[in-house]
Design a protein around this ligand. Sequence first.
Ligand SMILES: Cc1ncc(COP(=O)(O)O)c(C=O)c1O
Length: 374
Amino acid sequence: MQQLICHQTGESYPLDSPIWRSESGGILDIEFDGAFDPMEILTRPPGLWRYHEALPISNPEDRITLGEVLTPIVRLVDGKHTIETKLDYLFPSGSYKDRGATLLMSQARALGIESVVQDSSGNAGAAIATYAAVAGIECEIFVPDSTSPAKLDQMRACGATLTLVPGSREDTANAAFLAAKDRYYASHVWNPFFLQGTKTFAFEIAEQRGWILPDTLVLPAGNGTLLLGAWIGFVELKQMGIVNKIPKLIGVQAANCAPLVEAWRRSSAEPISIATSSTVAEGIAIAEPRRGAQMILAVKQSGGHMIEVEEEEIIDSLRWLCARGLFVEPTSAAVMAGARQYVSTAPADEEVLTVLTGHGLKAASKIQSLVSKK
Ligand SMILES: Cc1ncc(COP(=O)(O)O)c(C=O)c1O
């Protein structure tokens, strides 16, 4: 079975429909029962396209790829714990969003799309701009006017047209949503092909660990691009009979913007509307996550929970990472702060894996001022 399904109403559409939401305006998911052979893939170059039988892009001619690498996993010691850390900031555009962008722009090419619109706190826009350049597809990216200058430069350099939107991240999403009325929305939130790319995060972890998954994964919880992708990937690995358990998913939010943590506290299935204040973790500063209910459900079904980190914990982890040669964005430091907070009360033998999502060069001067602050 291969189809697009409306999450709200269950309406279905052929997989090659040039749509990014259902007729009733609902969010779409993809039903796709591809499977790869763990022995067969070993004969192929490393990187996410080696799992192509499990990816919904059938024609190799349609692939928009920059030879994405298999990102390494390093082991970081924090007290009596070891935190396995996957270095997803080492993708071509400097963030894990390339996983989703390579799939989504491949689908755009397969559909013959000539122009896309996207909105972003920076990294998803940079990834879409990068792969749009490879595909020769025109793109317009909406970004908050507070976005890190290096990310704006990166998108412009790749040929994207930028529209800077004053106000919150939600104001930017609303502006892009309106612009997407008559264009293909290459949204990492709305467009379900993005999650088909980020699910390869789960495949890689499984392969790199000899098809034995860790007990727990600590992941960012902004719009859930990675968390939901990982969940889909683990569920599919189980369906393929390659693994027999799914790790516990722990979603990390900044305490200054934590609608999912609040929902968790109140046992709500939907994100809770909350007052927010600014955070250095710009990538997870999402007050109204569109797929929030799906994120809560995935975390719950995995046996995990949501946690929040204070600004001081983020800055402390940024220093901790820099001191280990890991120069990453403050948003990535927030996730590491979550992992360190989590392991501080976990049994020493619990296998915990986390991820560093965004390259520090995108926010170098901000990082410098944060790590040197007393
Ligand atoms: C560096 C970085 N990490 C994490 C995230 C969190 O996003 P999500 O929850 O959608 O995976 C973002 C989003 O833009 C990001 O830029």
